[in-house]
Design a protein around this ligand. Structure first.
Ligand code: GLN
Length: 550
């Protein structure tokens, strides 16, 4: 083994993608992990992203989708959200890496003289750092699934393919498995599925010394038997390891579909594990049954600003679905671009929804529309949930429209405003003071990760959570200033959750409103289909009750 490569007993499954991007490798990886878990195995999922950003924290959500945040405060790719939702295993800092981070580590080591004067090269220094990431911090997991971002053939991905080839060489093929996710395009005029792009992609992998053990074929129609045979023969993969992955109506159907195709069985067989016993997927079946035949439907508006790419609201979307499942209802989301609410069309756009949610966001664009939506929810007694920026906007709405402080704002948008929401330069994390400067780095410097929040006794949130203290995940730079507490109280808004030292308002609510809550944290990040976020369950229920009144 190369120097400082950690010891581990786990088995490693590497998931690569071929032909095109957006094949849903993240979901495929999460689904495979969940069915292996259903067989009683302990799993962990990791994502390796070949881009040069140190983390996705500074990337535009309209380009790259949501930035997922872990308990330990890592800003990571949204696939980590799928991993957590499907397996319930909280992701950690050691589960997400990018080329930027890898190079940062290598260069830091080089500056410290760690390499003793060697010439630093992609092979072995960068590849060793990648291997180190793959093999480190395992804790008795039976399987560690590593998803390689991007598409085979990308220049950026090459060091990763070399690293995983070396891991397989060093651990042996009995402890490693390569799964290649590809697309079989359907040509309607010929009435045929095409296997050639997959063959080329596998050839490309073989050039890097990687022979896939399984191909997961994304397809719109069943793969005819002769095409499966052809794929198996030309890609050098056993026929039963050519797995069909058809488009599914719901992502929660995917584990059931993969298992029915024999995927977990074949993986167990590959590793020489018992594979004949059936997998108990009854809990997945249960949620799929609810999704297929809900007791009713409820429409909820999400008033946000990143509508050009709904992946920007991935966890939020899923948390609403989970809230629906818990209530045996289908949640229909009406995506509303907040800018469209800036003209006088608020009632026209929002009069058919039973709940209004204003999610997180950054920057000025669209904020007046969010404030208009909040006024509308407050005045029409429509259940309202404000998350992070949405909570800050709810406070500003009250200050401007009920407390008469017309220039109330956040210093994020106006330096000369009445700073109801201000830049946070100091706060406590695990007993230690965190200090930031106004002109400091943007990357990785927000208040990130899980923090405790103490709930006010007898408040709505205390009833919803059924606890005195909760822990939720944060990602923000600004915070409501506690000194406005009394003014807010007079305007009917109560601070019902704070940081344990009482200095940072984390939750606001309106006791006179049927359901009006704003939270500084992101409850959607911890919501899972089998463990829905309490705020979402309660919010969806309030929306259902509201729709029954209509
Ligand atoms: N832009 C706001 C802040 O930094 C809110 C961030 C968010 O909604 N995630 O505080």
């Amino acid at each position: 083994m190369a120097e400082d490569i950690p010891a581990t007993n786990s088995k490693f499954i590497f998931i690569t993608g071929g032909v095109v991007s957006s094949l849903g490798k993240g979901l495929a990886s999460a689904s495979l992990a969940s069915i292996l878990q259903a067989r009683g195995y302990k799993v962990r999922l990791r994502k390796l992203d070949p881009y040069l950003n140190v983390d996705p924290g500074t990337m535009n959500p309209c380009q790259h989708g949501e930035v997922f945040v872990t308990d330990d405060g890592t800003e990571a790719d949204l696939d980590l959200g799928h991993y957590e939702r499907f397996t319930g295993v909280p992701a950690k800092k050691t589960d997400s890496i990018t080329t930027g981070k890898i190079y940062q580590r290598v260069i830091e080591k080089e500056r410290r003289g760690y390499y003793l004067g060697s010439t630093i090269q992609v092979v072995p220094h960068v590849t060793n750092e990648i291997k180190n990431f793959i093999l480190s911090d395992t804790h008795g997991e039976d399987f560690v699934l590593c998803e390689i971002g991007g598409t085979v053939g990308d220049i950026e991905g090459q060091p990763y393919l070399e690293a995983i080839r070396q891991v397989a060489y060093e651990l042996g093929r009995e402890r490693t498995m390569f799964i290649h996710v590809t697309l079989l395009p359907y040509i309607p005029t010929a009435g045929e599925l095409k296997t050639k792009p997959t063959q080329h992609s596998v050839k490309k992998l073989q050039e890097y010394g990687i022979q896939p053990d399984m191909i997961l074929c994304r397809t719109q129609i069943e793969i005819p038997a002769n095409e499966k045979l052809k794929l198996a023969l030309f890609c050098n993969v056993r026929e039963e390891n050519v797995i069909t992955a058809m488009d599914a109506p719901s992502i929660y159907q995917v584990p059931l579909a993969y298992s029915a195709e024999g995927m977990d069985r074949q993986v167990c067989k590959h590793f020489g594990l018992a594979y004949d016993q059936p997998t108990d997927l009854s809990k997945w079946q249960h949620i799929v049954n609810i999704l297929r035949s809900p007791e009713g439907e409820v429409r909820i508006a999400v008033v946000g600003k990143y509508m050009m790419l709904l992946e920007a609201y991935k966890s939020l979307h899923e948390a609403l679905i989970h809230g629906g499942i818990a209530n045996h209802y289908k949640v229909k989301i009406k995506w509303v671009d907040s800018e469209s609410l800036e003209q006088d069309r608020v009632d026209e756009i929002l009069n058919d929804v039973s709940g209004i949610l204003v999610p997180g966001g950054f920057g000025l664009r669209g904020t007046q529309g969010m404030i208009n939506a909040i006024s509308y929810a407050r005045e029409h007694k429509i259940p309202f949930l404000g998350i992070c920026f949405g909570m800050q906007m709810a406070v500003i709405e009250t200050m401007r429209n009920l407390s008469g402080i017309k220039n109330a704002n956040t210093t994020e948008l106006d330096e000369n405003c009445e700073p109801v929401v201000g830049l946070m330069t100091e706060w406590n994390k695990d007993g230690a003071k965190q200090i930031r400067h106004k002109d400091g780095d943007l990357g990785g410097t927000m208040r990130l990760g899980a923090y405790d929040c103490v709930l006010k006794p007898n408040s709505k949130v205390a009833e919803i959570y059924g606890k005195k203290t909760i822990s939720e995940r944060h990602r923000h730079r600004y915070e409501v200033n506690i000194k406005y507490k009394d003014i807010l109280n007079k305007a009917g808004m109560v601070i019902s959750g704070t940081s344990p030292d009482g200095n940072l308002p984390e939750i606001v609510e309106r006791p006179e409103h049927p359901w009006f809550i704003g939270v500084q944290f992101h409850p959607e990040l911890k919501s899972r289909p089998f463990e829905p976020a309490p705020l979402f369950v309660s919010f969806v229920k309030a929306a259902i009750d509201n729709s029954r009144l209509v």
